[in-house]
Design a protein around this ligand. Structure first.
Ligand SMILES: C[S@@+](CC[C@H](N)C(=O)[O-])C[C@H]1O[C@@H](n2cnc3c(N)ncnc32)[C@H](O)[C@@H]1O
Length: 271
């Protein structure tokens, strides 16, 4: 890919034939530390959990054969250091009014929290909770769980829109502290172990960024953020070290494009 960082790269052509090629070009296989000066408005990222997670563990209620290989997990002993690296990646790729939403499972959330607090050049503004129906088969505890989402900004101004087009803004005052979104499982396609759901990302993108803004995820996995970015008219750039993440991303593009009008329906909110 040429001219990484130029405005031209981030403008998605609307001609149908070029859409798939263009969406694919926005997913680059590389280490998170190699990104520099993207000038992004918003980074949404979900780091590995540090729990020897592979997505194929026996306690997950899924057909492990459909789950792609290659997910890069972070070891517990390196977790502190990796989170610090991620915060550096966030800092050097945000513009001065930029902000980031960093997902965290509960196991190592304290490490993420401490690193953010100790990181001089990012400001912790708050925490959101995503309540989800990801249900490892377990007899001894409830089958719902939460993700924490750390909200950080680079400076004193940032984008926040009061309303989005998902269900949680339909009635009354939107509750952005606790987000309740189901996972949207896809059957008969390659699966990424930790793909985030469409509507959750739509909600976050619409509240925390504007149309034509630049969205970035250095740990993109399935690339779902790019799909939702496209549908909500954001520009985006994705990276991951796992080539199979890009493969799942291609299947997701095909899924959402299979009916040529599906992307358009999504834009209009019929999904
Ligand atoms: C929790 S997953 C992200 C899932 C993604 N949010 C989605 O919706 O599919 C974390 C990702 O980080 C990737 N990863 C781990 N270390 C990396 C590194 N140093 N550079 C780039 N990607 C990395 C893993 O391969 C994995 O895909």
């Amino acid at each position: 890919m040429k001219n990484l960082g130029s405005a031209e790269l981030f403008t998605i052509p609307k001609e149908e034939n070029n859409i798939k090629r263009n969406l694919l070009d926005r997913y680059i296989i590389k280490d998170m530390n190699e990104w520099d000066n993207l000038n992004a408005d918003l980074i949404i990222t979900d780091p590995p959990f540090g729990i020897e997670f592979s997505g194929k563990n026996g306690n997950y209620n899924r057909n492990a054969e459909n789950v792609v290989d290659g997910y890069i997990e972070w070891r517990v002993e390196e977790y502190d250091n990796k989170i610090n690296q991620l915060l550096n990646v966030i800092h050097k790729n945000l513009n001065s009014n930029g902000q980031a939403l960093i997902f965290s499972g509960w196991n190592n959330s304290h490490i993420i929290h401490r690193n953010i607090k100790e990181f001089r050049d990012l400001i912790l503004r708050g925490k959101l909770y995503w309540v989800y129906n990801f249900a490892p088969v377990c007899r001894k505890k409830p089958s719902h769980n939460v993700y924490e989402i750390y909200w950080v900004t680079k400076g004193e101004s940032w984008t926040y829109n009061k309303r989005c087009s998902t269900h949680h803004c339909e009635n009354g005052e939107p509750n952005l502290c606790t987000l309740i979104f189901k996972r949207d499982y896809k059957i008969n396609m390659p699966k990424y172990p930790t793909r985030l759901p469409f509507d959750l990302l739509r909600c976050l993108l619409e509240h925390f960024s504007n149309e034509n803004g630049l969205i970035f995820d250095p740990l993109a996995g399935s690339g779902m953020l790019g799909i939702v970015g496209y549908v909500t008219n954001r520009n985006f750039i994705l990276g991951d070290l796992n080539e199979n993440g890009k493969l799942v991303y291609e299947h997701l593009i095909d899924f959402y494009m299979k009916n040529t009008s599906l992307f358009e329906e999504l834009k209009l909110g019929f999904w």
